[in-house]
Design a protein around this ligand. Structure first.
Ligand code: FES
Length: 112
């Protein structure tokens, strides 16, 4: 059975999560316990800028801080972007806070 909600995939982390109606990509990631770069959360500072690798988005603000060329090149602002179906973004700085919290509290180093 497939989820009726759009799926957000975050690479290279490899996490997939549902995006609720009217939820931005950033909000969905945060709700799932992920950390993504951000600051203003209103589409102006570009701190969240990353690549849209698959799918399409609409913007909840009329003039997000992206040029037409940047949009055409596949850049996206997750803080104000809402998915139009399943999407994949590439954000190398994304962190799974649940994994980070457990690994920073006594995780054994690798044996090799
Ligand atoms: S957090 Fe500022 S543009 Fe997305």
């Amino acid at each position: 059975m497939t989820s009726p909600l759009p799926c957000l995939r975050i690479e290279p982390l490899g996490r997939e999560l549902p995006v609720a109606p009217r939820q931005s990509l950033l909000e969905a990631a945060q709700a799932a316990g992920l950390w993504l770069p951000r600051s203003c959360r209103n589409g102006t500072c570009r701190a969240c800028l990353c690549r849209l690798r698959a799918g399409a988005v609409s913007y909840r603000v009329e003039w997000p801080g992206l040029s037409a060329e940047e949009r055409a090149e596949g850049w996206v602002l997750p803080c104000v972007a809402e998915p139009l179906g399943d999407v994949t973004i590439e954000q190398p700085k994304a962190l799974d806070q649940r994994i980070s919290a457990s690994s920073s509290s006594g995780d054994a180093a690798s044996a090799s």
